[in-house]
Design a protein around this ligand. Structure first.
Ligand code: ATP
Ligand code: MN
Length: 484
C-alpha cells in the first residue's frame, strides 16, 4: 500500500472541496494537520484554509504502514472522492494508496495542533506558514498584491520600477541603510579622516531607498499616471507594532491631479482593495474574524470591539472618509477628554506639533469613528517637495488614518513651482547639486501632480485585523531581527 502508483492528476484541496463529481479518483499532496484513530488523516495543502480528510481502510493497512504519518509530515494520498458523512465537511477521500513523502518527528516538530502564541510563532517563522493564521495572511497578501496591480491597470496607470539602491539622501523619510563594498575595518580615508566614498563601489555614498517617490515623479512627468510597488527600507530604531525596517510600499503618482483628486484616488483605492478581499478571500477573512473574536473572549465587555473584522471592513467600504484640516484636527484633540484628563502619553501641543499615533487613533476610533483624511499640515513637519499653500505656512499634504492603525497612507500634491521648490530645499538644507535632476522636471514642462504612499504591511494589518506588523509579512526585518 505504500507504493503509490498514482495515475490520477494532482488536485488542490480547494478544488476538491467544491467538486461535485464524486467517485472520481483523486490524488492530494499536503501536510498532515491531525491524524486520528490511526485512520483519519486531515491534510492541508495551502490552497485554502480548509482541510480535507483522507480515510484509511484499516482492513488493508496495518499500524506499521501508517507509522510515518504524524502532524507536520508531508503525505501523498490517492483514492476515491466521496461525499462525507462527517460533520463540518462535504467531501473526503477513501484512501487507495498513500505515501509519506517526508516524515516529521513528533518529538521534535514544534507545531502541534493547539493554540500557539504569536510570539512563539515569530521564533519559528520558517514553519509558521503552516498554521491557519499565517497561511490565511499569506493568501491575503497575494490577493492584495494582485488587486493593487489590477486596480491601477484598469485605470490606465503604468507600473514603474524605481531603484532600490539610491544615491540621493534627500528622500527625507527616515534613517537609511548604507550600501557599501568598503572594508568596514579599514576604509579608505580622506585627509580630514572621514571615509572616502569616492573609492566606494558607486563612487559616492549610497543607501537603500526609503521611498520610490522622487523617481516616480520623473516617470509621471512623462507617462501621466504611474505607480511603484517595491521594497523600502528604513533604519528607524523604533520597536513599534507598526514599523518594519523592510517593508513594501505602493506609490501612485499622477500628473494633473491636485490634492482633492489625490484624496479621491486614495479613498477609492482603499475601498477597491477591501471589496476585493471580501469577494475573493471570504474563507480566510472568516477565519481571521473568528480568531479575533476568540482572542477578545477573555476581555471585559467594554474592551471588546463593537464590530467584528468583516463588519469593520464593510463599514469602511460603505462610508465616506471624513476629510478635515490639520488645524481642525488639533482643535478637536485639544478639546478632547483624554487631553483634558491627561490621558495622552504625549500631550497635544500648540499648532505646529506633530501628531502621534495615539492622537491619530483618537480621531478615527473615538471622535469620527471612521477613516479620516487630514490635510493642510504645517510645512515644517512635512517633506520639502510638498505644495506650499497660499497661507504661507501649510502644505497640501494628506494623511489617511484608519482605525486600529493610525496612518496608513501619506501623500501630497507636489510643489511644481521651481522658485518655491528652490526655496524649500534651502530651508531643508538639501544641496541643489544632489537633486538637480528632480528640479529639472520643474524647469522643463512642469505640471501640477500628486501622489501618495500606502505601506503594504499597514494595509495588511488593516485587512487581517492583526495587531503586530511583524505578523503580516513572512519574514520580518526589525531592530535585532533578521533571522530566516
Ligand atoms: P509613520 O509616521 O507612521 O512612521 P511616515 O510618515 O514616516 O509613517 P511615510 O513616509 O509617509 O510614513 O510613508 C508612507 C507610508 O508608508 C506610511 O503611511 C505607512 O503606511 C508606511 N510606512 C512608513 N514607515 C513604515 C515602516 N517603518 N514600516 C511599515 N510601514 C511604514
Ligand atoms: Mn507620513
Amino acid at each position: 500500500m505504500n507504493t503509490s502508483k498514482n495515475t490520477s492528476k494532482l488536485s488542490s484541496i480547494k478544488n476538491l472541496l467544491s467538486a461535485s463529481d464524486f467517485n472520481q479518483e483523486v490524488t492530494v499532496k499536503g501536510w498532515v494537520r491531525f491524524f486520528r484513530s490511526n485512520r483519519f488523516i486531515i491534510i492541508n495543502d495551502g490552497s485554502t484554509i480548509h482541510n480535507i480528510q483522507a480515510v484509511i481502510d484499516l482492513d488493508k493497512t496495518n499500524t506499521e504502514q501508517t507509522k510515518g504519518i504524524s502532524v507536520g509530515a508531508c503525505v501523498a494520498v490517492n483514492g476515491k472522492l466521496v461525499q462525507s458523512t462527517g460533520a463540518g465537511q462535504t467531501v473526503e477521500i477513501l484512501v487507495d494508496t498513500f505515501e509519506v513523502l517526508g516524515e516529521a518527528d513528533p518529538e521534535k516538530y514544534p507545531l502541534q495542533p493547539k493554540k500557539h502564541s504569536l510570539e512563539f510563532l515569530r521564533e519559528i517563522a520558517h514553519l509558521r506558514p503552516r498554521t491557519n493564521t499565517f497561511s490565511a495572511i499569506l493568501r491575503l497578501r497575494h490577493s492584495m498584491t494582485f488587486a493593487i496591480h489590477q486596480f491601477f491597470n484598469e485605470r490606465g496607470f503604468f507600473n514603474v520600477h524605481t531603484p532600490i539602491i539610491t544615491g540621493s539622501d534627500c528622500e527625507g523619510a527616515g534613517e537609511m541603510f548604507r550600501v557599501t563594498t568598503l572594508d568596514p575595518k579599514n576604509p579608505p580615508l580622506k585627509e580630514d579622516g572621514s571615509v572616502d566614498f569616492k573609492q566606494d563601489f558607486f563612487g559616492k555614498e549610497t543607501n537603500l531607498t526609503v521611498s520610490g517617490q522622487l523617481n516616480g515623479e520623473l516617470a509621471a512627468m512623462a507617462l501621466g499616471k504611474i505607480y511603484t510597488f517595491g521594497p523600502t527600507f528604513r533604519a528607524e530604531n523604533s520597536n513599534t507594532s507598526r514599523h518594519l525596517a523592510e517593508f513594501w510600499m505602493i506609490e501612485p503618482e499622477v500628473a494633473f491631479n491636485e490634492i482633492k483628486e489625490n484624496m479621491d484616488l486614495a479613498e477609492s483605492f482603499m475601498k477597491y482593495l477591501i471589496q476585493y478581499a471580501l469577494d475573493n478571500n471570504r474563507d480566510d477573512l472568516e477565519f481571521l474574524k473568528q480568531r479575533l473574536l476568540d482572542e477578545e473572549k477573555d476581555k471585559p465587555k467594554e474592551q471588546r470591539s463593537e464590530m467584528d473584522l468583516i463588519q469593520k471592513l464593510e463599514f469602511v467600504l460603505h462610508n465616506d472618509f471624513e476629510r478635515i484640516t490639520y488645524t481642525d484636527a488639533v482643535q478637536i484633540l485639544k478639546d478632547s477628554k483624554p487631553n483634558k484628563n491627561g490621558k495622552f502619553q504625549f500631550p497635544v501641543g500648540e499648532w505646529g506639533f506633530d501628531m502621534q499615533s495615539e492622537h491619530e487613533k483618537y480621531l478615527v476610533e473615538k471622535h469620527f469613528k471612521k477613516p479620516v483624511i487630514v490635510t493642510g499640515y504645517p510645512a515644517a513637519i512635512k517633506a520639502f517637495y510638498m505644495k506650499q499653500n497660499d497661507d504661507g505656512k501649510t502644505v497640501a499634504a494628506m494623511d489617511v488614518l484608519v482605525p486600529g492603525i493610525g496612518e496608513i497612507i501619506g501623500g501630497s500634491q507636489r510643489e511644481d513651482n521651481l522658485e518655491k521648490l528652490l526655496n524649500a530645499i534651502k530651508v531643508f538644507n538639501i544641496p541643489e547639486k544632489d537633486i538637480w535632476w528632480y528640479l529639472d522636471t520643474r524647469r522643463f514642462g512642469s505640471a501640477p501632480h500628486s501622489g501618495f504612499g500606502l505601506g503594504f504591511e499597514r494595509l495588511m494589518l488593516f485587512i487581517t485585523g492583526m495587531g503586530n506588523i511583524r505578523d503580516v509579512i513572512p519574514f520580518p526585518r526589525a531592530p535585532k531581527t533578521a533571522d530566516f
